[in-house]
Design a protein around this ligand. Structure first.
Ligand SMILES: CC(C)(COP(=O)(O)OP(=O)(O)OC[C@H]1O[C@@H](n2cnc3c(N)ncnc32)[C@H](O)[C@@H]1OP(=O)(O)O)[C@@H](O)C(=O)NCCC(=O)NCCS
Ligand SMILES: [Zn+2]
Length: 197
């Protein structure tokens, strides 16, 4: 029977091992982004870069890949066509990623900034995505000033989610949203909150 996974969107044929294996491979990446295990590579990375898990095109591919899967989750949650991050960064060399992590070095989310060529070259926050269990815990709030220190009063790429809109309206109304429209999740990731590590 043909099946489509509600979490990762992969279509596979039940009973056909090759398609089931391909699905498992992709599905695990989605599940690990929702319920992350501690990341062994992160602690040594942060010893080298104590300012936080920022990453540009020259950064290590394991961290670029971690950011990529959060971009995929963001894409999937809002029904967008493409992930806004490349592992190799070949056609998007100026994108700068950031990984959010908890006290056990679990990567609980990610975001991406880019220079905005339509404005005065200010930075723009393109997307930010946290796993459902990390939401409404003050994670974004606790990073915002750090982001401003690095990127100034950066623009926010629209459309924005209602959560982001509320966040900005209540706390940081001085940031301009480039396309002031709202996007609604087509698959709210809270639905998958029962996934365990
Ligand atoms: C948007 C997002 C990054 C916010 O990060 P967060 O760490 O959960 O936000 P915080 O906990 O720091 O929120 C701080 C304050 O912002 C406001 N806020 C944040 N999310 C809100 C929500 N869903 N509804 C209403 N207010 C919200 C509240 O005032 C909140 O304070 P409170 O929890 O004490 O009421 C996170 O919800 C997320 O990843 N959502 C899915 C992806 C997404 O929407 N990305 C933005 C795309 S434009
Ligand atoms: Zn799946």
């Amino acid at each position: 029977m043909l099946k489509q996974c509600s979490l990762c969107g992969y279509t596979y044929v039940e009973g056909y091992l090759d398609t089931e294996i391909a699905h498992d491979k992709r599905h695990n990446k989605f599940a690990q982004s929702i319920a992350p295990a501690p990341c062994l590579m992160l602690e040594p990375y942060l010893e080298q870069y104590p300012e936080g898990a920022w990453i540009d095109r020259g950064g290590p591919s394991w961290l670029r890949e971690e950011i990529y899967w959060r971009a995929k989750l963001f894409q999937r949650e809002f029904g967008y066509d493409t992930p806004q991050w490349e592992i190799d960064g070949r056609s998007d060399p100026s994108a700068i990623g950031f990984a959010f992590y908890d006290s056990d070095y679990r990567i609980i989310g990610a975001s991406c900034f880019r220079p905005d060529h339509t404005s005065d070259e200010r930075m723009r926050l393109d997307w930010v995505w946290l796993c459902p269990s990390a939401r409404r815990q003050g994670v974004l709030m606790s990073h915002w000033i750090k982001f401003r220190d690095r990127c100034g009063i950066f623009l926010i790429e629209g459309p924005v989610s209602t959560a982001m809109l509320k966040f900005l309206q209540r706390h940081f109304p001085d940031h301009r949203v480039s396309k002031p429209y709202i996007s609604y999740p087509t698959r709210p990731m809270e639905r998958f909150s029962d996934i365990k590590q």
